[in-house]
Design a protein. Structure first.
Length: 116
């Protein structure tokens, strides 16, 4: 009960609550942005056969931002997302690692003895 009373009287608690609600609203805007980027990518792919590189970069950046918001509002992180820190930059995609298939051992058939 003491912690409850302390939280109610704490300015930090109320400020965190305010930021949480504000970032929940921002989250809704990011969802709309991501939905628009999906539509842009579908149209670009339909007409050009390739995804739009700018939309890919924006999509990755917005996804990282949504992740930062999610971590903050669920209290997994104390770091407030943008504008309190830098806007997340997309990372270059790692090159896929292609390993050669292991060679299969050679199977030789041994002659069987006839069964009586």
């Amino acid at each position: 009960m003491h912690a409850f009373k302390e939280s109610l009287c704490s300015a930090d608690f109320w400020l965190r609550l305010l930021y949480t609600f504000l970032f929940m609203l921002v989250w809704q805007g990011v969802e709309i942005l991501l939905a628009l980027l999906v539509v842009i990518q579908i149209i670009a792919r339909l007409f050009t056969g390739n995804a739009n590189d700018d939309a890919k970069a924006w999509g990755e950046s917005a996804s990282l931002y949504a992740c930062q918001i999610g971590r903050y509002v669920t209290m997994a992180s104390e770091q407030k997302p943008w504008p309190f820190m830098e806007w997340p930059k997309p990372q270059p995609a790692p090159e896929p690692i292609i390993k050669p298939a292991p060679s299969e051992p050679e199977i030789t058939a041994e002659p069987r003895e006839p069964t009586p």
